[in-house]
Design a protein around this ligand. Structure first.
Ligand code: ADP
Ligand code: MG
Length: 660
């Protein structure tokens, strides 16, 4: 057993109480865990401040001086110990709210101390709970140029496990282990990339001898961390390809060719052609396809999905296409039915609101193989839904489905069907590599020709009348308008009220019969939703007031204005998704982001980014920087959140290096 597996309880200086705290608060159970407690940041301990150099709101500072007096001050709630600390330039107060007695007894007056801590300013500087060390002892101890600051918790600091204690524990650990740790990267890699050895890196991450060595230590440890994650993902992917036999679709048959030659209503973009080729290669091989198709809203993923489906049917397999909402599934169904109406294939729709008789028919046709393509919602995942020979499963808008759901699809045939996951939420490529490293990735990075960029503006609520006037102009030109309200789970009731209030105010300003307004929200029955949607799709209503249910998929080319209410409450990717509902026709489209004056700085950045760019990938990068990967859907699945030292955003280059 490696010494690093030693329980933390055995480390000198760790009693049962401390062991307990370290376990509970920091998840430190072994020597290994302690050594992997990486500092958040470092303080330059070569620098000493003078009292007259102190600044308000500065970080921690280190000073040398003497304590010239000490007094206990009675307060309403408990006591406070106050000391006057002085150097040749001035003085400040040191304050303790806890452990006063012990401190009072141990402090020596009028001898030089090194003090360290963060200053507050209130009619002069004071430093609560400073770290204290006699200058004589300070000089004698071994120390590094930079001092590590470790993650801590409220509880740890109140229970006396200070930063200093952590440093002490690590020093003990290094002494006990002689600072020798087993190398975990190959000599080739170490040599080629000129990396520090594991032992050197660990020493310098905790006790940097210089800023150069610290940088090298960080690089080595980040590289190692990312390297092993990538290695795992790649191994997983390769194993899958070897182990999981696919259903080879070796013929490009009648349906595919016929459709390609005669029925595609437009010329495919180069990106679409490339992606179809990538998919065809996968499907034709002996391995199971597991592919993520990324493409911005409106980039034309549906046609790619459909052509993959035709390949499956050509090879006597069934296919299914699953969408996250009933509206979207229905729209896919109608759109695809229209595209394939002259081909002899059987397509059916399965959602929660399909009647029992139709459901029965679908089950029967799926089992006897006469149903070629099933389009639907989660309903497809139910155990009752059994296929005769499912060869391809497509999931649209992946971020709404979890991994378990993907794996349910895997089980719909004796060995897993080919899987194509489509998402319109672009994920920066490097992140995608880590999140979906077990998937192959295709990207449609080109929009169909002739699309006009959507003009995006930010308007304050106080400008509402002007916005209404603009809506009127556009409607006069024959266009249609979306007005979207946020719907956030925690405040559903409030949001619902906002929506209804908004609807009423719009109804007043856009009276019948001149104007017709649709309303769609989550609390409506699916049939009512569908009815209202259809009125808008058919152009019977000019305004669609809705919550984010319309976020995905909905396709009304004549709609050219998207007004997003309380836009500050939406995330970037959601704003971008919503904006993607317009700009689908030949007309100039607009997106108006409405907010109050009160905006957080993150909200401002989001709005500015939306106004500046239409590029989904650029937005995704900004989003990732604002939120960090933790908030991105799906990150929980990948262990990416548990990174100890690397940062998926900042350490992009190291990630690429590790991957290669
Ligand atoms: P998304 O990727 O958002 O799912 P869709 O597949 O819904 O995009 O396509 C958006 C619109 O663009 C549809 O109306 C579709 O018919 C059209 N479209 C797709 N590909 C092309 C193309 N190559 N040329 C012209 N229009 C296209
Ligand atoms: Mg789509």
């Amino acid at each position: 057993m490696s010494v690093l597996q030693t329980p933390i309880d055995y480390l000198k200086g760790v009693g049962p109480n401390r062991a307990d705290l370290l376990k509970k608060e920091l998840g430190i159970f072994t020597y290994q865990d302690l050594i992997n407690l990486f500092p958040n940041r470092y303080l330059d301990k070569t620098k000493y401040y003078k009292v007259n150099q102190l600044q308000r709101n500065a970080a921690e500072v280190q000073l040398v001086g003497k304590i010239i007096n000490l007094k206990m001050v009675e307060q309403k709630r408990g006591k406070r110990l106050v000391a006057t600390f002085q150097d040749e330039t001035g003085s400040l107060e040191l304050v303790w709210f806890r452990g006063q007695k012990w401190i009072k007894d141990s402090i020596k007056l009028n001898v030089p101390y090194v003090i360290f801590g963060k200053c507050n300013w209130y009619n002069g500087f004071s430093m609560p709970h400073p770290e204290l060390e006699l200058l004589s002892e300070h000089k004698a101890s071994i120390r590094s140029a930079m001092q590590a600051i470790y993650p801590s918790t409220e509880k740890l600091s109140t229970k006396g496990i200070s930063n200093k204690s952590k440093i002490k524990l690590l020093q003990t650990l290094f002494i006990e282990t002689k600072g020798r740790f087993q190398e975990t990267l190959s000599t080739d890699i170490l040599r080629d990339l000129n990396l520090l050895s594991k032992s050197e890196a660990l020493f310098n991450i905790h006790f940097p001898k210089s800023s150069e060595l610290l940088a090298k230590a960080q690089f080595r440890l980040k590289f190692e961390e990312l390297f092993y994650i990538q290695l795992q993902l790649i191994i997983k992917n390769i194993t899958r390809k070897h182990k999981i036999k696919g259903y080879p679709f070796d013929q490009v048959g009648e349906l595919f060719n016929n459709f390609y030659k005669n029925y595609i209503p437009f010329e495919l973009t180069n990106a679409q052609k490339r992606v179809i080729k990538e998919i065809r290669n996968d499907l034709g091989s002996n391995a199971q396809m597991n592919r993520l198709l990324q493409g911005d809203v409106g980039s034309g993923k549906t046609i790619v999905a459909l052509m993959s489906v035709l390949l499956a049917i050509d090879n006597d397999f069934q296919a299914c296409l699953m969408a996250p909402t009933e509206i979207l599934a229905t729209q896919h169904y109608n759109g695809i039915l229209e595209l394939v109406k002259d081909l002899n294939i059987n397509v059916k729709l399965l959602t929660g609101s399909v009647k029992a008789a139709q459901r029965k028919l679908i089950h029967k046709e799926l089992e006897d193989g006469t149903l070629h393509l099933l389009i639907g919602t989660h309903a497809i995942l139910e155990d009752k839904v059994q296929f005769k020979n499912l060869g391809l499963a497509i999931i649209d808008e992946q971020h709404r489905f979890g991994v378990e759901q993907r794996s349910k699809l895997w089980k719909k045939n004796s060995f897993p069907p080919h899987i194509l996951v489509m998402t319109a939420t672009p994920i920066p490529r490097t992140l995608a590599m880590s999140l979906y490293g077990d998937l192959d990735i295709s990207v449609i990075d080109e929009l169909p020709p002739g699309r006009k960029t959507i003009k995006t503006v930010h308007r304050y609520d106080s400008n509402r009348l002007k916005v209404f006037a603009f809506m009127r102009d556009e409607i006069k030109k024959g266009r249609q308008v979306y007005v979207v309200y946020p719907l956030i789970k925690e405040s559903e009731q409030l949001d619902y009220k906002d929506l209804i209030d908004g609807f009423e105010s719009i109804s007043r300003d856009f009276p019948k019969p001149e104007y017709q307004i649709s309303i769609v929200h989550g609390q409506m029955k699916p049939a009512d939703k569908e009815y209202e949607m259809q009125r808008f799709v058919k152009g019977e209503t000019q305004i669609m007031v809705a919550t984010t249910v319309i976020e995905v998929g909905v396709n009304v080319p004549n709609a050219s204005v998207m007004i997003i209410e309380s836009a500050e409450r939406f995330g970037l990717s959601q704003l971008h998704q919503l904006r993607g509902r317009v700009g689908r026709g030949a007309e100039q489209s607009f997106c108006i982001l409405m907010t109050s004056f009160k905006l957080s700085s993150d909200a401002k950045t989001r709005l500015e980014t939306m106004v500046r760019t239409n590029d989904g990938f650029e937005l995704a990068e900004v989003d990732l920087k604002l939120r960090g990967p933790g908030d991105l859907m799906g990150t929980q699945q990948s262990g990416i959140l548990n990174l100890k030292i690397a940062d998926i955003v900042k350490d992009n280059d190291i990630l690429k290096l590790a991957r290669s």
